[in-house]
Design a protein around this ligand. Structure first.
Ligand code: ADP
Length: 535
C-alpha cells in the first residue's frame, strides 16, 4: 500500500485574526485561509498576539507554554503562550505579554500609532519562531503577513536558519497593503538582534531608517500579494510606496493570489444578522432587508423606491472618500439614500458627519465598528461604493456580489480583478467600474449605475450575474499550497547542497591537513638526511 503523504506543516503569523481581533481585511483572511488550507490537507497553526480585551472572552483558551523566553535587544522577556483549537482543527497560539498587548486598540488610537509598535512587533516576530520547538511543531513553511510579522522571514534567514531545526523551513511573506511598511528610527535596530550588516541597502535599511516590510521582501523565499493586479501595480512608482525598486529586483519570487470570501460568514442564504434570508433564486428577502436597514439607520421608508447606496470602510486616504466628498451634493440631488459605516481619520469623520447633518433624510453616517450593521448594509443596500485610490484586494465588493448589492468601484488592484463592468447589450458583467481617480470619472460610473437601476430587467440581470460568482477560498488555498510545496522543495534542495558543500569543505580541509603533515614529515626526514650527509 502506498504510504500516505504527511500533511504539510504550515505556521502562520498574523497580527489580527477574525473573530478574535479585527481592524480590517487582514483579519478576515486570517480567519478563513488557515481553515481552507486545513481542508486541502495542511496542518496549520496560527500565532497572534494575546490582546487581552479581545481574547479573554473566548471560551476554551488554555495555557500552552509558560515563560517562553524571547530576546529583545540585550534583555530576555518572558511570554505566556495560550492556545485554542478551532472547530476546523486549526490551532491558534496567542503570545501574551501584557506590557505590549493589553491595549484598547491593536495598533494605535485614533490620534496615532502606539509609540512602541517597533518593540511590540519585533517581540512578536521573535516569539513566533521561539515558540515552535517548545510546542514541538517543526514547520515546513512559515507564512508571515504584513509588516507586523515582517521580521519573521529575516529571523529565519539570519538567526535561525543556521540551526538544523529550521534548515529546511521555507518562508513566505504576504503583502496585504504596501502602504503600511513598519518604518522606524535607525537607533532601534540593535533591539532586533539581527546581524549589524543587515542594516544596509541590501537589508532592512530604507532611506536611513528601518523598514520591516523591506526586511521581509528581501529575506522571504516567496512573496505574495492579495491580487494579481496589485502584484503588478506595486512594482510601479504610482503604487509601490517607495518599495517598487526592491520589488522589481525580487519579482521572480513575487506572485499575486486573490483573496477568497468566507461564505460561511457572508451568504444571504444563511446570514443570522439580516432581517430575512434570500438567494439568487428568490430575491424577496432583499426588500425586507432594505426596509430593516432604513429603519436601523433612521432613514425614511420613502427611500424603499429609490437607490440605496452603502459603504463599509476604514476611513483612510486609500478609500476614496475625497472623491465621494466631491460628488456628494450632486449625488444627493439624484434623490438617493446613502449609508456609511466606518471609523478612521478625523478629517473624514468630520466630512461625513457634516454631510449627514445637511441631508438627514438621505445620508446616514455610523461612525463605529459594527459587524452586525456591516452585514445589514451588505444585504439592505442596492449598490456598494468602493472608489479606492488603491485596493490590494478588497473584500467588501466580493461580499456585495453575493448579496446582490452591485459594486461601483475604481479599477485598481483586486477591484479590477473581481468586478467586470456591466455590458448591457451582452448582459454580461457584475458592476460599474471607472479607471481615472477623479470625481468626473466616479460621477459617470454613478450615473451609469443609477440609469441601469431604473431598468428593472437589466438590474435583475446584473444582480444575478454577481450572485452566481464564486470567490470561495478553496481555489486560492490550492494556489498557496502549490507555492508552499515549491518553496519547501527549494529549501530542501538548498539544505542538501549546503550539507554537501560543508562536508566537501571539511573533507577538503582534512585532505589538506593530511597533505600538510605528510609534507612536514618528508621535510623533517630530508633535513635529518642532509645533516647526516654533512657529518
Ligand atoms: P481593508 O482591509 O483595507 O480595511 P477590505 O475590504 O479588505 O479592506 O476589508 C475590510 C473588512 O473590514 C471587511 O470585512 C469589512 O466589512 C470590515 N470593516 C471595515 N470597517 C468596518 C466597520 N466600521 N464596521 C464593521 N466592519 C468593518
Amino acid at each position: 500500500m502506498a504510504k500516505k503523504k504527511a500533511p504539510l506543516r504550515v505556521l502562520m503569523a498574523f497580527s489580527e485574526v477574525a473573530p478574535f481581533a479585527k481592524t480590517g481585511g487582514l483579519a478576515d483572511v486570517a480567519g478563513a485561509l488557515p481553515s481552507a488550507l486545513s481542508e486541502v490537507g495542511c496542518d496549520v497553526r496560527i500565532v497572534m498576539p494575546f490582546y487581552n480585551r479581545f481574547i479573554e472572552k473566548i471560551a476554551g483558551v488554555k495555557l500552552a507554554v509558560e515563560n517562553l523566553l524571547v530576546p529583545l535587544g540585550s534583555q530576555v522577556l518572558a511570554a505566556d503562550v495560550y492556545y485554542v483549537r478551532l472547530d476546523d482543527g486549526v490551532v491558534v497560539y496567542c503570545v501574551r505579554r501584557d506590557e505590549f498587548f493589553d491595549r484598547s486598540y491593536l495598533y494605535g488610537t485614533p490620534k496615532g500609532d502606539y509609540f512602541d509598535n517597533f518593540q511590540r512587533f519585533t517581540y512578536f516576530s521573535r516569539a513566533v519562531l521561539a515558540l515552535c520547538p517548545e510546542v514541538e511543531f517543526k514547520p515546513n513553511v512559515v507564512h508571515a503577513h504584513d509588516w507586523q510579522s515582517g521580521l519573521v522571514p529575516a529571523y529565519l534567514k539570519h538567526l535561525y536558519g543556521h540551526d538544523e531545526y529550521w534548515a529546511e523551513t521555507a518562508s513566505i511573506f504576504t503583502i496585504h497593503n504596501i502602504a503600511y511598511q513598519g518604518q522606524f528610527a535607525p537607533e532601534l535596530f540593535p533591539l532586533t538582534g539581527l546581524p549589524a550588516d543587515f542594516f544596509s541597502m541590501d537589508g532592512m535599511e530604507f532611506w536611513g531608517g528601518i523598514n520591516f516590510m523591506k526586511a521581509a521582501i528581501v529575506c522571504a523565499d516567496v512573496i505574495t500579494t492579495v491580487s494579481p493586479r496589485y502584484s503588478d501595480e506595486i512594482q510601479t512608482k504610482e503604487y509601490g510606496q517607495g518599495l517598487e525598486g526592491v520589488l522589481q529586483t525580487n519579482r521572480s519570487k513575487l506572485y499575486g493570489i486573490l483573496n477568497g470570501a468566507d461564505y460561511k460568514e457572508w451568504s444571504p442564504e444563511t446570514d443570522p444578522y439580516i432581517a430575512a434570508n434570500y438567494s439568487r433564486h428568490n430575491l424577496e428577502g432583499k426588500r425586507i432587508c432594505k426596509l430593516d436597514l432604513l429603519r436601523e439607520v433612521k432613514l425614511p421608508e420613502r427611500l424603499m423606491n429609490r437607490p440605496l447606496l452603502g459603504a463599509i470602510s476604514r476611513l483612510a486616504d486609500q478609500k476614496g472618500f475625497d472623491l465621494l466628498a466631491a460628488v456628494l451634493d450632486k449625488l444627493v440631488d439624484e434623490d438617493i439614500g446613502l449609508v456609511i459605516l466606518g471609523i478612521g481619520d478625523d478629517k473624514y469623520q468630520r466630512m461625513l458627519t457634516d454631510a449627514a447633518k445637511r441631508y438627514p433624510d438621505k445620508v446616514s453616517v455610523q461612525l463605529k465598528f459594527d459587524e452586525r450593521l456591516a452585514h445589514k448594509i451588505e444585504a439592505g443596500a442596492d449598490m456598494f461604493l468602493m472608489p479606492s485610490r488603491y485596493e490590494p484586494c478588497g473584500l467588501n465588493q466580493i461580499y456585495s456580489l453575493r448579496y446582490g448589492t452591485v459594486p461601483i468601484v475604481r479599477g485598481t488592484g483586486g477591484l479590477y480583478d473581481t468586478i467586470k463592468p456591466f455590458r448591457e447589450a451582452r448582459g454580461e458583467g457584475v458592476g460599474f467600474r471607472f479607471d481615472k481617480y477623479d470625481p468626473d470619472s466616479f460621477w459617470r460610473a454613478l450615473m451609469e449605475a443609477l440609469t441601469i437601476f431604473s431598468q428593472h430587467e437589466a438590474w435583475r440581470q446584473i444582480m444575478q450575474n454577481g450572485m452566481s460568482m464564486d470567490f470561495s477560498w478553496e481555489s486560492s488555498a490550492l494556489e498557496y499550497l502549490a507555492l508552499y510545496e515549491k518553496a519547501w522543495a527549494g529549501k530542501q534542495r538548498e539544505a542538501v547542497r549546503e550539507k554537501t558543500e560543508h562536508s566537501e569543505q571539511s573533507a577538503a580541509g582534512s585532505r589538506k591537513r593530511a597533505a600538510g603533515s605528510r609534507k612536514k614529515t618528508e621535510d623533517r626526514r630530508r633535513k635529518t638526511e642532509d645533516k647526516s650527509n654533512k657529518h
